[in-house]
Design a protein around this ligand. Structure first.
Ligand SMILES: *Cc1c(COP(=O)(O)O)cnc(C)c1O
Length: 435
């Protein structure tokens, strides 16, 4: 399928670029896709072959590639202000974005702290929680809790609240571990709440915060759980005086059917982390939203009671402007309602696949669809990836879990194509002889 231009970029990339989340030796056999351009839900290589971006380029792209509205906003921003530091200075894109996110949280989370990637947002929330307690004379509250199979990013601090062995085990000696508590996705809501209560009864005076991925533990393989867990966890956190951090980096921005996943539980966290989709998939941007009461605990004549964390590109105007343009798109089109209709269509089209003899645990939440494939084969994910490419789909199963997390702009025809070709890809992958 790849001809000269493609081959050239592949060879140069493999010679010079260290790709993320990849055992590079696998590329001796696994195709690397040289992307030349993107439009809408499609990515194109140098020979004009196209690939449907069924996983929104790692869950970031909401309104398609080269989106006309976001492009227009960014071009205007480029000619106005590309960047200025956010310490001592301010600018409209950061202010407006903080204000709009405050409004979207029903005016609950009134202050926004900016960073550039998801892991940094998680680190910021952990540090803020600890520092809040410290400023209140409770420096003994320095432990954290997370859920089994949780994923919160891969910097050393974020790995402390992550429970995915493949990302964590090699660095174990470097990590300060959190308490890992049973996940409602694995044991059900009652048992998971009981486990959290048991930890709180024992350790609440040392616990600063518990961090969760609301509704869907995405990196663990799209493990889903009921919203009532979050409602009960919020009550537990209030009862024991422990902060609740909602990591909505993957599930925020409409992914689960509401703008924030927490809305389905009718609760707000003390810290809410956003990244991935918030810039429409355009630029690295992350945000930690928190309550004014938490912000107030840092407001003091003493500089060291302030939150002195920073990144060079904190609040980058281009990234903030991309986020504002993304929020405009939510406002101008009835995105969440239209997504419900599209998800119903995709659900219907995926019915034959859901009943496939080798498919287990077909599940969905909002615009996330996933199923597990009954196969003993460590190469399944890579073989599925290659077979999907041959059918014009970009998909990257997590182990034996195949999932779809498409951009919101797929047409009905594209949704049907996605369903049919996923089915074809599965059959082709199952038919291959495993070496
Ligand atoms: C992707 C992700 C992160 C980390 O974000 P990066 O930008 O990759 O650092 C953290 N938490 C969740 C739930 C994620 O999906």
């Amino acid at each position: 399928m790849n001809t000269e231009a493609n081959q050239d970029w592949i060879a140069r990339s493999l010679a010079a670029v260290w790709h993320p989340c990849t055992q590079m030796k696998h590329h001796e056999r696994m195709p690397l896709v040289p992307i030349a351009r993107g439009k809408g839900a499609w990515l194109y290589d140098h020979e004009g072959n196209r690939y449907l971006d069924s996983i929104s380029s790692w869950w970031v792209n909401l309104f398609g590639h080269a989106n006309d509205d976001i492009n227009r906003a960014l071009k205007d921003q480029l000619d106005t202000l590309e960047h200025a530091m956010l310490a001592g200075c301010t600018h409209a894109p950061a202010v407006e974005l903080a204000e709009r996110l405050h409004a979207l949280t029903q005016r609950t989370l009134g202050h926004a702290f900016f960073a550039s990637d998801g892991a940094s947002a998680v680190e910021i929330a952990l540090k803020m929680s600890f520092h809040f307690w410290r400023n209140n004379g409770r420096a003994d509250k320095r432990e954290f809790a997370c859920l089994a199979n949780s994923y919160h990013g891969e910097t050393i601090g974020a790995l402390g609240v992550t429970d995915v062995a493949i990302f964590k085990d090699a660095y174990d000696p470097l990590i300060r571990h959190a308490h890992v508590v049973a996940s409602p996705a694995a044991v059900g809501v009652d048992e998971a709440i009981a486990a959290m209560r048991a930890l709180f009864e024992h350790r609440a005076s040392q616990l600063a915060a518990v961090i969760v991925e609301p509704l869907v533990q995405c990196a663990a393989g799209m493990a889903m759980y009921d919203a009532s867990y979050l409602t009960r966890l919020r009550a537990l956190c209030d009862e024991f005086g422990v902060h609740l951090i909602a990591d909505e980096i993957a599930v925020g921005c409409g992914r689960t059917g509401t703008f924030f996943a927490c809305e389905q539980a009718g609760v707000w966290p003390d810290f809410l982390c956003l990244s991935k989709g918030i810039s429409g998939g355009y630029l690295p941007l992350s945000i930690v939203l928190t309550r004014d009461s938490i912000y107030a605990a840092f407001y003091d004549d003493d500089v060291t009671r302030g939150f002195l964390h920073s990144h060079s590109y904190t609040g980058n105007p281009l990234a903030c402007r991309a986020a504002l343009a993304t929020l405009d798109l939510f406002d101008s089109a009835n995105v969440l309602v239209e997504n419900r209709r599209k998800s119903a269509l995709l659900r219907e089209a995926l019915q034959p696949l859901a009943k496939h003899a080798r498919v287990k645990n077909f599940r969905e939440r909002g615009t996330i669809f996933a199923f597990d494939v009954d196969i003993e084969d460590k190469t399944f994910s890579r073989r599925f990836f290659a077979n999907a490419l041959q059918r014009e789909l970009l998909m990257r199963p997590i182990g034996n879990t195949v999932y779809m997390m498409p951009p919101y702009i797929l047409s009905d025809d594209e949704l049907l194509l996605l369903a049919q070709r996923t089915r074809d890809t599965l059959d082709a992958t199952l038919a291959e002889r495993i070496e």
